[in-house]
Design a protein around this ligand. Structure first.
Ligand code: ATP
Length: 258
């Protein structure tokens, strides 16, 4: 028996993925694996296609009229554009957290319970237990356990973002997509989110878009550098930041342009 630690498999994989908004090509022939139970950071200057790529992974771009794609995206070896794939189920398996926290104008409890109720869960005890588990998982439980019936809108920005993470986790996704989840937060709230990401990767596969180089270096195992709709290189985060193969990556991570 080999004592080598098993290298992680690709939980998701884009193959030659091109996505256009009308006639504008936003990403061009991207091939990239998102490894299981690892954090993959997507970095690159504004407009290079990071968010487009991230949104492709759970077909959020389908909601934007005029988009079309070519190439493939696999989730556990199934093409997510296959006719057999139910997009609601896909988005349950591949959850998303946005840049701006977007709690519903409902109680803290109901925000987290929302996806479970939509999925048909009715049993009160089961709902309560899943809500608690998700809030604990998002490191928010202790701060809100005595005010679960109060409005989520009364929480601080950082708490609201952790609530959105709890909401995403409640339906037990396998992959979490995060689009600049800490960019609207102060340094303390940002540190909490980063700590949380670190803990979540024991259970989830995570892809995160960030503009913050230090954040990418702190939270991710692998980093993919996008430039003008293309993937320039992807590798272990340490390699990308200390020994990139491509000059454009080096110029970007050392702050020569951005
Ligand atoms: N809904 C849309 N309709 C038309 N073009 C779009 C749309 N969304 C993005 N684009 C264009 O696609 C390209 C890639 O945008 P995208 O938002 O993916 O880049 P990004 O790297 O995430 O940028 P940022 O860091 O500024 O968020 C850009 O040229 C952008 O203008």
């Amino acid at each position: 028996m080999s004592l080598q630690p098993q290298s992680p498999r690709a939980k998701m994989e884009a193959r030659e993925l091109t996505l256009r908004y009308g006639t504008k090509t936003a990403i061009n022939k991207i091939s990239l694996a998102i490894l299981e139970r690892r954090v993959t950071a997507l970095i690159g200057p504004s407009g290079c296609g990071k968010s487009t790529f991230l949104r492709s992974l759970n077909r959020m771009n389908d909601l934007i009229p005029g988009t079309n794609h070519s190439g493939h995206i696999l989730l556990d070896d199934t093409d997510i554009h296959d006719r057999s794939v139910d997009v609601v189920d896909l988005r349950r398996r591949v959850g998303m957290v946005f840049q701006k926290s977007n709690p519903f104008p409902k109680s803290i409890f109901e925000n987290v319970a929302y996806g479970l109720r939509v999925g048909g869960m009715k049993d009160k005890a089961e709902l309560a237990s899943r809500v608690e588990k998700s809030l604990r998982g998002a490191a928010l439980w202790d701060e809100v356990k005595d005010r679960l019936n109060e409005s989520a809108l009364g929480l601080s920005g950082g708490q609201q973002q952790r609530l959105c993470i709890a909401r995403a986790m409640a339906v037990e996704p396998e992959v979490l997509l995060m689009d600049e989840p800490a960019s609207a937060l102060d340094p303390i709230a940002t540190a909490k989110i980063e700590e949380l990401i670190h803990e979540l990767k024991a259970q989830y596969t995570i892809a995160i878009v960030t503009h913050n180089m230090q954040q990418a270096a702190r939270v991710s195992d692998r980093t993919a550098f996008f430039y003008m709709g293309e993937l320039v290189e992807c590798g272990a985060t340490e390699q990308i930041f200390t020994n990139p193969r491509e000059k454009r990556t080096e110029d970007y991570v050392t702050g020569k342009f951005g």
